[in-house]
Design a protein around this ligand. Structure first.
Ligand code: RFL
Ligand code: PHB
Length: 389
């Protein structure tokens, strides 16, 4: 098979890139290790920045999001019994949209299918060849058959456990990592959200997050031990623990119900540099991971897609390689700012196993400073709604 861009990975990064390229008449082939249903069964991000909204509009896949998404122009931060609000719109002039990653992915798959896209599922043993030559290719196997794609460029959109990043030789690649000593236990339940706005809760018992997908679908998380397993937590134990971590007034109105999904995610900060090697470009979780506290994972993947898409478009429309050559530098400049924000917000809100009494006092002082200081609220709001591309 021959195509302009071979895209490894059928998550949100790969799909969005493929659809944007399609709108500009640039063909691609997408390879996904799992099935479409498997990809759509993963419950992940819920908050979309304006930059991602603009890309979804440009890709022609924003209709359902505009109809069903919930615009949020602020968020709530609680610590113990106290709670305050950060007004995004007043501080930055922008809001965010609550609309699940699952729905974004579903809309993208629908558009790709309508466009007659070439997508290969259950693709095994994907290997990148000759990335530093002018004739790169990708080989893989589907249903026991060996296949090959010859292409101009390869987009590595295959997530943290993918093969693309590993293709870059160790003497070229540098990795930066921080692993946090806790995880997030998340549940999805068909209950009305406890609040119209997302609550980030810091408590003596650890962090909790009250989020949502729609008016009758709630997403809640609690900080848990890394050794915990989802099956260790009954629904009743989860709700009990959540209630103890949010203010009593919210706990009293929390509607509980059976969980329809329950999973644990470890928290990690990770960046690989550079994000390109020859004609191979890394996008999204293939190149970087953030702890979910600032809702930056999917949004940072989207900003990578923006830079790569524009670089490819410039190349195919004018022959100019400047956008492609500058991809890694541009993408990483924004990635590191999202990394810093996610790290800062995680540190601010979680309990650490080895936290001293002094550390705790500093954390409390910083939350009080955020509550009382307009400039601090503005800094949080600017990062949360998304730094400009
Ligand atoms: P994805 O979504 O991981 O998609 C990569 C795709 O590549 C496929 N793949 C391969 N395909 C072919 N060949 C191979 N060798 C392959 N290896 C892998 C995989 O099957 C997969 O379909 O990466 P992408 O597209 O870059 O999208 C990034 C986002 O998914 C991610 O940043 C966020 O979901 C992160 N994240 C969250 N972000 C938020 O902003 N808020 C959240 O609440 C939030 N929760 C989460 C998350 C990530 C999680 N992970 C990764 C475990 C919760 C979890 C559990
Ligand atoms: C979610 O709704 O899943 C969500 C919201 C905000 C975050 C992380 C996850 O910071």
């Amino acid at each position: 098979m021959k195509t302009k861009v071979a895209i490894i990975g059928g998550g949100p990064s790969g799909l969005l890139l493929a659809q944007l390229l399609h709108v500009r008449g640039i063909d691609s082939v997408m390879l996904e290790r799992k099935t479409k249903d498997y990809v759509l069964s993963r419950i992940r991000a819920g908050v979309l920045e304006r930059g991602l909204l603009a890309l979804l509009r440009e890709a022609g896949v924003a209709d359902r999001m505009e109809r069903e998404g919930l615009p949020h122009d602020g968020t709530l931060i609680s610590y113990g019994e106290e709670m305050f609000r950060i007004d995004f719109t007043a501080r930055t002039g922008h809001a965010v949209m609550v609309y699940g990653q699952t729905e974004v992915t579903r809309d993208l798959y629908e558009a790709r299918e309508k466009a007659g896209a070439v997508m290969e599922f259950n693709a095994e043993d994907v290997v990148v060849h000759d990335a530093t030559s002018d004739a790169p290719s990708v080989t893989y196997r589907v249903a026991g058959q060996d296949r090959r794609i010859d292409c101009d460029f390869i987009a590595g959109c295959d997530g943290f456990h993918g093969v693309s990043r590993q293709t870059i030789p160790l003497d070229v690649r540098r990795e930066y990592e921080k692993v946090y000593p806790f995880g997030w236990l998340g549940i999805l339940s068909e209950t009305p959200p406890v609040s119209d706005e997302i609550i980030y809760a810091s408590s003596e018992r650890g962090f909790a997050l009250c989020s949502m997908r729609n008016k009758n679908l709630s997403r809640y998380y609690i900080q848990c031990d890394l050794s915990d397993k989802p099956e260790d937590w009954t629904d009743a134990a989860f709700w009990e623990e959540l209630k103890r971590r949010i203010p009593a007034a919210q706990a009293a109105t929390l509607v509980t119900g059976p969980s329809i999904e329950k999973s644990i995610a470890p928290l990690r900060s990770f960046v690989t540099e550079p994000m390109q090697w020859g004609r191979l470009f890394l996008c999204g979780d293939a190149a970087h991971i953030v702890p979910p506290t600032g809702a930056k994972g999917l949004n940072t993947a989207a900003s990578d897609v923006h830079y790569l898409y524009n670089g490819l478009r410039q190349f195919y429309e004018t022959g100019d390689r400047a956008g492609l050559d500058g991809y890694s530098e541009k993408a990483l400049a924004r990635v590191w700012k999202a990394e810093r924000f996610s790290w800062w917000f995680s540190n601010l809100m979680h309990r650490y196993p080895a936290q001293s009494a002094f550390d705790l006092k500093i954390q409390q002082a910083e939350i009080a400073f955020l509550r009382d200081n307009g400039a601090a609220q503005q800094a949080l709001a600017e990062n949360y709604v998304g730094l400009p591309y």
